[in-house]
Every structure is written in C-alpha cells, then in structure tokens.
Design a protein around this ligand. Structure first.
Ligand code: ADP
Length: 492
C-alpha cells in the first residue's frame, strides 16, 4: 500500500463513493452554489477528497431545519432521557467505528493512527459523560415569601452554531455536539476546511443512531463564507468556537447583531515549569509529549518550557535525546510517532517560526528544520537560549517547537510564566507539595497540571484566562453555557 492511500477497504470505499455534500435536515445535499473544494492529504500533498463549499444560502437552509427541529420537531418533544439514549447510541457507533474513523482522521489531518485512536477514545468517553449529564440539568425553587411559589427553569438556548479547527477534528466535533444536544439545543457544525471528512462520517453515524432530522446539521466550507454566515446569522442563538484568537475576535464582533451567546476556546502558549526536585523521567517524557503530540498542533501544548537555571543544560541534553527517539513519517505506519503538519498553510507558518527563532538568537538544540521531500513534515525542535520576550516565546506556533527558558526561583518562574497574553494551561513539576500548590494558585491559566500533562476530564472545567478564551466547557457547570435561566413567579 502506498503512502497516503487508505489501508482499510471500508475507508477506501467511503472515499471513493462520496459525493461532495452537506448534511441538512438529515439529507445529504450539494451546496446551493454547486461549489466544492479539495481536502489534501498532508503526508503526500495530494488531493484526498472533494467537499461541498457551503455559503450563506446553505447556512440559511440549515438554520431553518435546526429551528424547526427545535421548536416543532421531535426534538422539542423529547425528554432528557430520550436525548441521553440517542447520545449513548451515537457514542457506541463512534466506538464501534474507531479504526475506520482513525484512519480517515489520519489521512486528512496527518496525526498518527494511534493518536487518532486515542483521541477518539477521549471523544467517546466525553459523549457518554454528556449523555448522562443530560439528565442532571436541575432548576431551582426559590426561598420565596409565603405569598409565592417561585422557581427557576433551565431551558435550552435554541439553535447553536459550532465552528471547530483542524487539529483534532473528531474530538473537537464531539466536544461541541455532545453538550449542545445533551442540553436540548439543535445545531449547525462547521468543521475546518483543512479537515472536513471525519465530521461528515460522524453525521452519517448520527443518522444511524437515530438522531431526528434537523438536530445536527453539518456544513463544510471556509471561514469567510460559511463560518462568517454562521457568526452573523440572526436566527442562531449561540455560537461556540474553538480556534485562533484572531478568528475568535472576528466571530465575537460578528455575533453582536443579535447578541449571540458566545463561548470561545482559543490558543495558548502554556508554561511548563520544571523545578530541580522533580521526577525527571516524568518531566522529560511529558515535556516531550507536551510539545510533540499531534506535531504540536494542540492548543494546550507546553511550548514555553521553564527549567531552573542550574539544571537547564542537563535537561535540554536529555530532552534532545528523547526527541531523537521520535520517528517522523507516514502517519499510518505503526512505527511512526509523529506525522506531518496538517496543511501547507501550517507548514509555512511553522517553518517561518523556525527561521525567526534562529534570527532572534535562539539555538536549535534539536531539529530546527523542515524535512525535505513531499508532505508537510518538520523536525521536532527544541530551541535553547530563548528569552521569554522573543516572538517565538510569545506567539503561538502550533507546531512541534518548544522554547526552553531558564528561571531562578519560584517567584521568577511565576512572573515569566504569566508574562503572556494567553492563559489556557500550565504545568509544574516538583516533589514539594506546598510549592506545587502555590505555583498552581499564582499561574493565570484555566488548567494547571501538577506532575502530569495533557490530562482532560469532562468533569473538570476547560477554558482560558485572558486572551485564551471566553467561558468554560465541561465541568459540573457545563450546562450554564448551553441553557438559559428562566425565573417563574407564581402568586399563591
Ligand atoms: P487557523 O488560522 O489555525 O486555521 P482559525 O481559527 O482561523 O484557525 O480556524 C478555525 C475555524 O474557524 C475553521 O473552521 C475556520 O474555517 C473558521 N473560521 C476562520 N475564519 C472565520 C471567520 N471569519 N468567521 C467564522 N469562522 C471562521
């Protein structure tokens, strides 16, 4: 089998048999304009499939379907137990089709097959969590005066637009679909133009699971065009977006027309702080995973590695040895541990930062270059001699590139760690319990890991401080972002 071709006959047949189409009202239809666009396999730079290019007219049609399903359709008549049942059926189908979905994800995005499998596992667990959570959205009774019986209802918001990025497409899709539907909303999902395929396959599985028409509509297309039409649409009640800060700002502005509720999960430049008393093996392995997982195209990536000055050189040497163990190549080869970047755009961005790092005076202790030949491959890169004020330490690169920055003591680590416009995640490595908690308290980030990295759990809120976002997903209060409160006053 050649690089870039499907191994699994089911995946090959699916790719061959598909017509470019959008999912609206449980029907697969072409874009009204008839336009399509190519999605490219980042390992070969060859066209993998053709997708329909949605625009404002298609968004309109999807909004009509979603609106009808919400107000009149079967969705509005279902209780939470039925929604939970449907989400469980959907989750079970995703799990059953893990290998097929993982291969498709790997072909479209470039992540390794094993990584795709692991991320699908996370997605399945999350969908089961939200299925159960659908039946846990309680309102309140108020301690009213004896003359009244007052209570607070929690109701779904209505039609939700979800716009997601290309770095972990299935997980990103499920992290929107599951809570939005669990809370009783209907929705329009727009996957990223670089990776439209697995969202479409999820749409097929949703129909197979029995999701009623109009509940989940899926529109492939570009940001300006499909995405902007979703952000601006007056009948979309809420928008939830995961992606770059710049696009987050654009979406926030575009959504002011009808004052949409907005949740934004944006970028990061997460500090990963290693003290000399840390478990070094754990710190090294996780520091590596922290910047190399999905070729570093992870919003919580630990791309600013703060190491205490006295142990910095030794740590860099050991981390370089770990990095040398990364096998970059065909993401469907089981030996491969790092695939290509997801798109040409991303390849140009990352190689641009590799050049910038060198011109800013950083030294590549490991890697530092693109890999010649076809495909968007770059070397995992450890930049030493970085100052936190350099652009490579301040701007999100979204590639397998880490900046190592020395610090003197706890105060200095926190000061430098917080010296960023981002605040998504952070990690601290130490055996000193007090220090671990003190640093965790002082770091301005939505998630702090102590002696671990990259852990997410649907019971834990996820989101950013500062320019890393607006609002939180998951956690015990997850439904606050997908429901409205209604105060009902009754005079006795
Ligand atoms: P990147 O720059 O890394 O591709 P983006 O934040 O631009 O990340 O993309 C994430 C998602 O946002 C994609 O689905 C993309 O199509 C969408 N998007 C991009 N620009 C806009 C826009 N102006 N309005 C709505 N969605 C957009």
């Amino acid at each position: 089998v050649q690089l870039g071709q499907a191994r699994n006959p089911k995946v090959a047949a699916w790719l061959d048999g598909r017509k470019p189409s959008l999912l609206i009202n449980n029907e697969w239809v072409p874009a009204q304009s008839g336009k399509t666009f190519d999605t490219v396999n980042p390992a070969t730079e060859q066209v993998l499939a053709v997708a329909a290019e949605a625009a404002a007219a298609d968004v309109d049609a999807a909004v009509k379907a979603a609106g009808a399903a919400f107000t009149e359709g079967p969705w509005s008549k279902m209780g939470p137990a039925q929604r939970a049942r449907l989400l469980r059926a959907f989750a079970a189908l995703i799990e059953e089709n893990t290998d097929e979905l993982a291969e498709l994800e790997s072909l479209d995005n470039g992540m390794t097959f094993a990584t795709a499998q692991a991320f699908i596992g996370v997605a399945v667990e999350s969908m089961y969590y939200f299925a159960g959570a659908a039946q846990q959205i309680f309102g309140q009774t108020s301690p009213s005066a004896p003359t009244n019986f007052n209570y607070v209802l929690r109701e779904p918001i209505g039609v939700v637009g979800a716009i997601i990025p290309w770095n972990a497409p299935i997980t990103a899709a499920v992290w929107k679909i599951a809570p939005i539907l669990a809370a009783g909303n209907t929705m329009i999902l727009k996957p990223a133009e670089q990776t439209p395929l697995t969202a479409l396959r999820l749409g097929e599985l949703a129909i197979e699971a029995g999701l009623p028409a109009g509940v989940l509509n899926i529109l492939t297309g570009f940001g300006p065009g499909a995405g902007s039409a979703i952000a601006e649409h007056p009948q979309i009640d809420k928008i939830t977006f995961t992606g770059s800060v710049q696009t987050g700002r654009t979406i926030l502005r575009a959504s002011t027309g009808n004052l949409k509720r907005v949740t934004l999960e944006l970028g990061g430049k997460s500090p990963n702080i290693v003290f000399p008393d840390a478990d070094m093996e754990g710190a090294l392995a996780n520091s590596l995973a922290g910047f190399a997982t999905i070729s570093g195209q992870v919003c919580v990536a630990g791309t600013r590695l703060f190491v205490q000055r006295d142990i910095k050189d030794e740590f860099v040497e050991n981390l370089s040895a770990y990095a040398a163990g990364i096998k970059v190549g065909d993401p469907l080869d089981p030996e491969t541990t790092m695939g290509p970047l997801a798109s040409r755009e991303q390849y140009e961005r990352v190689t641009g930062y590799l050049d910038l790092g060198k011109s800013e005076g950083a030294v590549a202790a490991s890697g530092g270059n693109a890999i010649d030949g076809k495909g968007y491959f770059v070397q995992p890169t450890i930049f030493d001699g970085v100052d936190n004020s350099m652009r490579i330490a301040q701007e999100e690169i979204f590639g397998p590139v880490v900046s190592v920055i020395p610090f003197t003591d706890e105060y200095d680590a926190v000061l430098q760690g917080n010296d960023t416009t981002y605040g998504l995640a952070a990690a601290v490595w130490t055996r000193d319990v007090s220090r671990a908690h003190q640093v965790a308290r002082q770091i301005k980030a939505g998630t702090v890991w102590i002696n671990t990295f990259l852990e997410l759990d649907p019971t834990m809120p996820f989101g950013g401080y500062k320019e890393s976002g607006l609002g939180r997903e998951f956690g015990a209060n997850w439904y606050q972002h997908y429901t409205e409160e209604k105060s009902v006053f009754l005079k006795l």
